[in-house]
Every structure is written in structure tokens, then in C-alpha cells.
Design a protein around this ligand. Sequence first.
Ligand SMILES: [Zn+2]
Ligand SMILES: [Zn+2]
Length: 476
Amino acid sequence: MPDKANSYLDVHPEQDEVTGTCFSCILTPPDSFIKPVKFLLDCGLYQETMYAERNKDFSFEPNEYEFVLVTHGHIDHIGRLPLLYQKGFRGKVYCTRLTAEVIAIALKNTLKIFENELKLYKIPPLYTQEDVDMVLENIVTFKVNKLFYVHKYIAVSFIANAHIFGATSVFLKITYPRQESMTYLFTGDYAKQNRLFEVPDVPKFVTENHLTIFQEATYGSTHLEDIEKVFVDNLKEAIAKNKTIVIPLFAFGRFQEVMYLITQLLQEKVIPRSYRISLDGKLAKEYVELFRKYRSCLKKEVQSIFSTKFRWVDDPDDRELIISDYKKRIILASGGMGSFGPIVEYERRLLDKPDVLFHYMGYTAVDSLGTKILNAKNLEAVCIRGNTIYKQADVKISRESSSHAKVEELIEYLYSIKKLDCITLYHGQKEIVQQYQQTLKNLKISKDVLISNSNVTHRYGPYGYIKSIYHTTTPV
Ligand SMILES: [Zn+2]
Ligand SMILES: [Zn+2]
């Protein structure tokens, strides 16, 4: 027979919108003589300028926490792990092997950004090489879709999903003696499918549960039919006019996906042989190596592209050569939002050329250079690294390569679960999350549909939501 008193889990997010994902979880046991367990789910960096101040500290005491569960290697989910150690955390970081590799590459690159680009803006580094080393020394990896104990009472499973290479949702099963188990699922950033690799179905030991689910809602107001597939047509149109095409890309995932697409278009002769392909980005190249190393995890038709000989730009001199001889090229450059990385030099030098098309491939933040360039009218001035450039190039954007599920896919995920005790939404702009919450309420898919918010701790028990605890102090 279960005891009268139940255990419960308090979950408090550090973040409010898309970036900086970090949930503080405090598990209170049914008996007062058992110690509560504190752990984190992700520990990301804020990338929206309005939240930059929040990067400096946590709203909790890191040394009281026992471990971190990491869903995937994007910087907005792992970027503050080194700061966590700097502030006294001494526990382990649990994730998949692929994510561990991504973390090592991504944190090394973040250090480089601190040392180079942020120095230009006099922004002090958040952490050092030693802090990064602490993270890397404390990572423990697990296989996907298996259940492991990370604590006497807590079993965890990393469930593969198609958001990026190595991405997972995290399933938690908490069982105290003589108590009902509590079962939770954090979707992490989630996509159902990916051009480069496939993921197995969510295992039954997850879907056949009753669950309290934390679901990402980045595209909670976007339907599948809203996504226009325009990239190839835009490319064809530009090629017909002999234009040079510059494609700003996130170094990890999107870059390799577009490499694959370009390879296909070359094979199909949509891109003529007279066009030269140049790839620019040391980080993107490192990730290509990672894909090559784990090529057996890729779709069969994709595996061969990582042996295709494209020309990589290796240093600024090389970039200069490409820019001065820019005609009839397709240039893939890392820096997806246009603000950082090799792309900035192409924007600075080629935005005033009428025979160039800049084609952005995904989300560009409101205050990013990409958004400024997209919004500028023809011949309007854009300030790039202190230079005034008068836009004459064509500028387009397509969101068809997004790595987040759309409304129908998010709902399909929910319907695949046997019983939903509660849904808590996170990772989305406020209005979008609210819109998605209303959609779910109308569907009556679960008794409770909450929105996570840094002013509130939500308490959950074996059957979902119990109550909200409001905080009097508001983070920056
Ligand atoms: Zn992500
Ligand atoms: Zn994210």
C-alpha cells in the first residue's frame, strides 16, 4: 500500500522564452529522513540580447545540485555548464555520447568567441578554459532509449529525437519504496524528422506511461502548411540570372544539411558545373568531421556526401580571394543569423552587389544583423562592423529547414502517449506559447496545460500538477 505522504518534484525554469534553457528540479521524498535531491535539466546560455545580463549568475546555489541531465548540444542548452562549475557545482553531466562530442566542440568555440569577437565589444568572458575542462572531465555518457539509474531513486532514459545529431528527450522515472512511481518527460528541442539521419520510435516504456510532459513550443503557432518550400526555386532563379549565392548557416546541422542539398542539386544538374562551391567556417568543418566519424548513424544516401570534395576556405587570405573573385559561386558560410562568424565578412563586402543573392535559411533574432539586412530596403544603408553598406544584393529567407516540430507534429507526439497527467510548455516566444496552450486546451488533451515561467515554481506529484509557488523576486 502506498504511504499517505507522497513525494513531489518542484520544477523552476531559469528561462522565459527561447534561449537559456535550464530547469532546476528539486525532488522531495515522502519521508523526512531521506534527503531531497536537486538536479538540473540543461544549462543553456541566453542568446537574446534582452536577457544577456541573466547569463552572469544562477537563481540557485550550484553547489547544492547533484547532477545535470543534458538533452542536446545547442549552446542555448549547454552554454552555461562551465559557469556552473565556476560557481561551485561538482556533480556529473549526463548525456549521450554524440552530445558529449558536440559539447566539447561547442564550448571550445564559445571560448574562442569570448576571446575574439566579444572582446571587440568589450564584453568580459563568462568563463575560462579551466571551467570548460571541468565540464568535459565530468561528462558521463549513456546509450539512447535505455533506462539507467543516475540516483538510487531516479532512473533516466535519453530518447533519441531528430532535432539535431545526438538530440534527445529525457524520460525520468522516480520511485521511492512503497510509493507510486512518478514519470516525467522533457521533450528537449524536438523534431520528428531530419534530412540527414533517422531516429527510432519513442519506446513503449515511455509512451505506455501516464506522463507529466514538458514540451517545447518554439513553433506552437506554425502549421505544416505554413512552411513554403522556396529555397530550390530561389536558387534556380538566381542561377538563371548568373548571380552568386551566399548562404548564411548555423555551423551544426543546417550547414551539413545544405551541403547535402547542394550535392543533390549538382548531381541533378540544377546547379551547373560552371558554378564553384565554397564552404567557409572552421566550426562547420569540425562538425562535418563529427558527421563523418558517426557516418553509420546517417541515412544511407547521405553517407557519401561527406567524402565529396568541396573547397573549404581556410583563412582570411583565402576568404579575400573568394570575395575578390566572387562571380558565379555558391558560398556556404557559418553564422546563421548573420551576426557572428565568417558570414559577416561576406555581408560587409557583398551586400552592395546587385549580382548577389543572400539566402538565409532559418530563424534570425530580432536584433541580429541578418534581420537588419532582411528588413533593409534596396539602397538603404546597413552598418556592418563600422562600415556603411548600401544594400543592393537580393536578400531572401526560407524557414523550410527548421529543426523544430510544427503544431501538428507537436500534437501527434502528445497523442502517442497513453495518458497525459499534465503538459507544461516552454521554449517559445510568449505569444506563440500562449496560442499553443489555447490550441491544447481546446483539444482537451490534458487536465492541466501550464506555461513555464521564471517567476513560478510548479509542483508535480505522481498524478501531475499540484500547485504553483510564486516568487517574489524577479530575475533580471
Ligand atoms: Zn536546440
Ligand atoms: Zn533550444
